[in-house]
Design a protein. Structure first.
Length: 670
């Protein structure tokens, strides 16, 4: 191993400690991750080093992903993997396989939106992979604005069928994951029309390909979209889909909440909030998994910056300084570790809460908590994707020039993370739902019905406005001080939003900052409640979690996600200085005492990180040289067919000069 490598120990197998089990969400989840990791890492088709994805054609990359999907299906069926295990296995491939929507959104909607009779027929088919599913909501002309989707489903009373149509170009279903080549059935969101009356959007299970041939069904027109930004999502065949008088049986309208009888009678849903369910399902999953995306980037950055040496902090030193010892790296990397941890731990609670609610809802039909989960997951989606996309890029930059190489993995991580900022709703658009809920419940004094808006009561009665005494920097470690600052900031922003709305101003930009401030408080509160539980139990890793909590809390106050957030908390200069000192001290404390242990507890393996900057048996320099430069498809004699052209180009000046001289001589003779 090359000199300067330090004491780098990247695990081949996940580390098993009580802290690891806590971070991963329990022993069952930890063991499941280990078992899936072993199954994939030892299977040649899932090798992450045999093929350099950025060097192969997109079509070949997708073909490989489809073959990996087939192998995962085999493993699931043979080993009896749960749906959750299957989803986690897909994520471990880092390649967004075409089978990804099967349980993430397709089957979850079948389960939540179908009647018991429908589920008895269709769920076994989906579980056995007799059908491949997708979810068709977004259109060329409408994404976040679901209300104005144009696809229609007209009831034909005579034939007891719905006729699905795409009446305009803008009604083309677009960006529909795994539909360009893979899916055989799609849950289509369309306006229900009965006798020309529009009953709004409903869900229709529509067969789009023949099960025996994979050919398109009559009237279905599908195209694969082509490359995405940054060459992201190579394993997903997003589709553009139009319907031309496609007929489906009446029994294929998802009918758990609303139904159409054979005589055309429309049976309204008992609760209109059921429509939240589809997107809440996806966003609840996103609430946690985006945190893992960020943490993997942080782990790669940690391993590389712990190896890399550059310059000398002290001129008297004989050796260069390890990069991670510079404040310019620590102050960027360690807050991201704390934020990623907050995203995961609080996201786990959101997911657990929503899963428990769903089970109860399916039994009782009680929708009373759905609005709160909708609000939680909208805020979590905006918050987690903003932090993760910016965080992955920050990790890349912190690794210097080598972070730009495709084999560092950051390009793939960023391409697969940044799409989440706009899919399932552009953050600046769907984020407006949080301020709308704040306005509604503040006006109606009903914030008590939504736990995620509980702070409004304190804003209303003014209890948050009294400033605590903040003298030494240690005061900022007090939860009551942190809560005061977060609520004070929110109070100013809510008041400004109320005034802007009353004055008729366009708040579509400022809403984003308010949503981030709201989510700061929600995540701080969730992290704090988790820490309080640990303080009662006093596990061995309490000090590490406490350190992560303080870095998270102080970083969202000292370095807010949006300029408006800093303006909304105008601290006196002395308090600003003490906040900065507290933040810097919290970062230094974590770096000096806990950083290595936390990274070790997460235990990301070489297979999971999939980066030349984090190999178990090679230094980053060896990996970049051997796997990058030596294996490049343009190295050696591979481009020799172009050598004559290059030689000819270098002689071009002679031909041009010769022709110019010849022309000059001819002119002279004339």
């Amino acid at each position: 191993m090359a000199s300067g490598s330090g004491d780098r120990k990247i695990p081949i197998d996940p580390v098993i400690t009580p802290f690891s089990i806590f971070l991963w969400g329990g022993r069952d989840k930890f063991d499941r991750r280990r078992d899936i990791h072993d199954a994939l890492a030892k299977n040649p088709i899932f090798s992450k080093t045999a093929v350099v994805l950025p060097s192969i054609a997109r079509k070949d990359a997708w073909t490989r992903a489809a073959l990996q999907a087939r192998e995962l299906i085999r493993l699931k069926l043979e080993h009896g993997w749960s749906h959750t295990a299957f989803r986690e296995a897909i994520r471990l491939t880092d390649n967004m396989l075409p089978v990804q929507p099967q349980f993430r959104i397709f089957m979850s909607n079948l389960d939540r939106q179908m009647s018991d009779e429908q589920k008895a027929l269709w769920i076994p088919k989906a579980e056995r992979f007799e059908i491949f599913g997708s979810y068709a909501q977004t259109e060329l002309g409408h994404g976040s604005n679901v209300r104005d989707l144009e696809t229609t489903a007209t009831f034909d009373r005579e034939h007891d069928e719905f006729i699905i149509n795409s009446p305009t170009l803008s009604s083309t279903k677009y960006w529909i994951g795994t539909t360009g080549v893979w899916a055989t059935h799609s849950i289509v969101v369309a306006k229900l029309l009965i006798d020309r009356k529009n009953y709004g959007n409903h869900l229709f299970l529509t067969q789009i390909r023949d099960l025996d041939t994979q050919r398109l069904m009559p009237g279905v027109e599908i195209y694969e979209l082509g490359p995405k930004a940054f060459q992201g999502m190579l394993g997903t065949d997003n589709g553009a889909m139009q319907f031309h008088n496609v007929r489906i049986p009446r029994s294929q309208m998802l009918a758990r909440n609303a139904q159409v009888l054979s005589d055309g009678t429309y049976v309204e849903p008992k609760n209109q909030k059921h429509s939240y369910g589809s997107m809440v399902t996806v966003r609840a999953i996103m609430a946690e998994i985006t945190g893992w995306d960020l943490l993997k980037a942080v782990a790669v950055c940690y391993h590389y910056t712990s190896f890399r040496k550059q310059f000398r902090k002290d001129r008297s030193r004989e050796t260069e300084t390890t990069v991670i010892d510079y404040a310019s790296v620590k102050q960027r990397l360690i807050p991201l570790l704390a934020k990623g941890t907050a995203l995961v731990l609080v996201g786990q609670n959101v997911t657990r809460g929503y899963d428990a609610y769903t089970i109860n809802n399916l039994k009782t039909g009680d929708f009373s908590q759905l609005e709160d989960f909708h609000l939680q997951t909208v805020g979590a989606k905006v918050y987690s994707t903003e932090i993760t996309s910016h965080g992955v890029e920050t990790c890349r930059i912190a690794c210097g020039g080598h972070g730009y190489h495709a084999l560092s993995g950051f390009g793939r991580m960023y391409a697969n993370a940044v799409n989440a900022v706009t899919y399932e709703g552009d953050n600046y658009v769907i984020g407006q739902q949080v301020p709308r809920a704040i306005m509604k419940h503040f006006k109606n004094r009903t914030e008590g019905s939504l736990p995620s808006l509980s702070y409004l009561a304190r804003i209303r009665d003014g209890s948050e406005s009294s400033s605590p005494s903040i003298q030494p920097e240690g005061d900022w470690l007090k939860p009551e001080v942190q809560q005061w600052a977060l609520e004070k900031r929110l109070a100013h922003m809510v008041s400004a939003h109320i005034e802007d709305t009353a004055d008729g101003r366009d708040t579509s930009y400022t809403c984003h900052a308010l949503t981030m401030a709201h989510s700061d408080f929600v995540y701080w509160k969730g992290f704090r409640e988790l820490l309080q539980t640990l303080e009662q139990e006093r596990p061995a890793y309490l000090e590490q979690v406490t350190s992560l909590f303080h870095v998270f809390a102080l970083s969202i106050l000292h370095n807010p996600h949006h300029p408006s957030l800093a303006q909304a908390l105008p601290l006196p200069f002395a308090q600003q200085r003490s906040l900065r000192a507290a933040h810097d001290a919290a970062v230094e404390n974590l770096a000096a005492n806990h950083l290595a242990g936390i990274i070790e507890a997460y235990g990301f393996t070489e297979y999971e990180m999939d980066s030349a900057l984090a190999r178990a048996d090679k230094t980053p320099y060896e990996a970049l040289f051997e796997e990058g430069a030596k294996r490049s498809e343009m190295s050696g004699n591979s481009m020799s067919h172009l050598w004559p052209m290059m030689v000819n180009t270098r002689q071009m000046w002679k031909r041009i000069e010769g022709a110019r001289c010849q022309e000059g001589n001819m002119q002279a003779k004339l």
